[in-house]
Design a protein around this ligand. Structure first.
Ligand SMILES: *[C@@H]1O[C@H](CO)[C@@H](O)[C@H](O)[C@H]1NC(C)=O
Ligand SMILES: *[C@@H]1O[C@H](CO)[C@@H](O)[C@H](O)[C@H]1NC(C)=O
Ligand SMILES: *[C@@H]1O[C@H](CO)[C@@H](O)[C@H](O)[C@H]1NC(C)=O
Ligand SMILES: *[C@@H]1O[C@H](CO)[C@@H](O)[C@H](O)[C@H]1NC(C)=O
Ligand SMILES: *[C@@H]1O[C@H](CO)[C@@H](O)[C@H](O)[C@H]1NC(C)=O
Length: 400
């Protein structure tokens, strides 16, 4: 929700004040002492301000938001539930406060990511981490979203596998550029699961799986369409790597093929060392111009000391990293920059539509940081600030 059109109107009438506000919506996981919450941060005149905080409104473990018109769909992992998670649907006033619950649907257990698909983006697919599954909804009528299909996956754990690889853990849903396929990294199974969707009926079938190396733990990914073809990149949480494939479609577009890996590099760059065994790579984002790929690294040993972005006068804090790569014409990556994420445990971050801002959710720092990005060079340049919310921020995105 951007008030730029209003600002433009104000300028057109030659009035002295320029008012431009942007809203950032945030989810925060509950802790043993605090309930989970949804919050709204207003960014105006270079300043960040918390204008809304609604405790427990999306259950205790909100993980992900989807913006659809004046509605926000929120996933609740609901850790205390042994059988289901939730998909909440809220109506949001223009000023970003007072979210109103419209309805709530059961989901598979532990939902962590959603994506819109199908004609007019009337479908919503979700990945369920705890339940190891994939599920679809029809959200064409926000007054009455409907559950469609769901699938859960059974795996045989590999020898030496981590505690996160005893069962399937679908971690993200990623729509391909044709809109016909959704890729789902399965962290538990070392697989990318490919679902072929019907844009009209919203039905889906699991069409194939693409393996990642043993014990890699694929977490988040993205497709990129370049002049030289379509590519898929995934970041692996357990082996802390980025893997790329060139994706080809058969002539009628009814099937896609990942072929063999194009490359695999450590998250901190080719040949990099010093990533500790507690390091857990997390988010992967492509810049709006398709020229840069950014990943976040949690609990890494390349920790930065930075002035506290909440208040520069408050001294230094430790920070994990966001690693910034240029995407070359042939789909390979060149390390460009390693920048501070703004605190500890950058579980998720997102870019503004014009690529000039990075919003970073720092789960263990209890804050959300805003970083300036130079859209020409692709470099992150400076901290605008950070705002303290408490709890454990798990997702933050500008609604624009
Ligand atoms: C925001 O808008 C809602 C609905 O229009 C209204 O109830 C609320 O008072 C507004 N809040 C602020 C802070 O303006
Ligand atoms: C909306 O939020 C404001 C500020 O938090 C609060 O004072 C007001 O009571 C709320 N209004 C409604 C209708 O919930
Ligand atoms: C999954 O699908 C089955 C079969 O249609 C249905 O019984 C079940 O309620 C669904 N589960 C959820 C969590 O929606
Ligand atoms: C992590 O690394 C340290 C030092 O190399 C080692 O002592 C520890 O056992 C390792 N922990 C795990 C869980 O692998
Ligand atoms: C981008 O950042 C990297 C790493 O700090 C630096 O070497 C490079 O010169 C920067 N590029 C530009 C165009 O500023």
């Amino acid at each position: 929700m951007l008030y730029k059109s209003l600002a433009a109107g104000v300028i057109a009438f030659g009035l002295p004040t320029f008012v431009s506000a942007t809203l950032i919506f945030v989810t925060s996981m509950g802790t043993s002492t605090d309930p989970g919450f949804l919050s709204t941060i207003k960014y105006a005149d270079g300043k960040l301000e918390v204008i809304n905080k609604q405790l427990g409104i999306c259950g205790n473990n909100p993980s992900w938001l989807e913006f659809v018109g004046d509605h926000i769909y929120c996933l609740d992992e609901a850790w205390s539930s042994i059988s289901t998670g939730s998909l909440y649907n809220f109506q949001v006033p223009r000023n970003g406060t007072n979210l109103t619950l419209i309805n709530r649907l059961d989901t598979l257990r532990g939902p962590v990511s959603s994506v819109r698909y199908g004609q007019n983006l009337k479908g919503l697919a979700i990945a369920a981490y705890a339940g190891g599954g994939f599920q679809s909804f029809d959200i064409s009528n926000p007054a009455a979203p409907k559950a469609l299909q769901n699938s859960t996956f059974t795996i045989s754990p590999k020898p030496g596998s981590d505690s996160q690889q005893k069962t399937s853990h679908a971690h993200e849903v990623v729509l391909d550029p044709t809109g016909n396929f959704i890729a789902t990294p399965d962290l538990g199974a070392d697989l990318i699961r490919i679902f072929k969707v019907d844009k009209n009926t919203l039905s889906y079938v699991e069409s194939k799986t693409v393996p990642t190396p043993d014990l890699s733990g694929p977490r988040h990914g993205a497709f990129v369409k370049l002049d030289s073809g379509t590519y898929f990149y995934v970041v692996t949480e357990l082996s802390n790597e980025i893997i790329g494939w060139k994706v080809t479609y058969n002539s009628n577009g009814l099937d896609l093929d990942f072929g063999k890996e194009l490359f695999s590099i450590p998250t901190h760059g080719p040949g990099s060392k010093g990533i500790g065994n507690t390091t857990r790579a997390s988010e992967l984002v492509i810049s709006p111009d398709n020229q840069f790929l950014l990943v976040s690294s949690r609990f890494d040993e390349k920790t930065f000391d930075i002035p506290d972005p909440e208040d520069n006068a408050a001294g230094q804090i430790k920070s994990d990293s966001i690693i910034n790569y240029a995407i070359e014409a042939d789909g390979t990556l060149s390390l460009q920059q390693i920048f501070a994420a703004g605190g500890i445990n950058p579980r998720q971050f997102s870019l503004s539509k014009d690529g000039s801002l990075v919003v970073s959710a720092l789960q263990n720092s209890g804050h959300v940081a805003l970083i300036k990005r130079d859209v020409q060079t692709g470099n992150l340049t400076e901290f605008i600030g950070a705002v303290h919310l408490g709890g454990q921020p798990t997702f933050a995105k500008l609604k624009e």
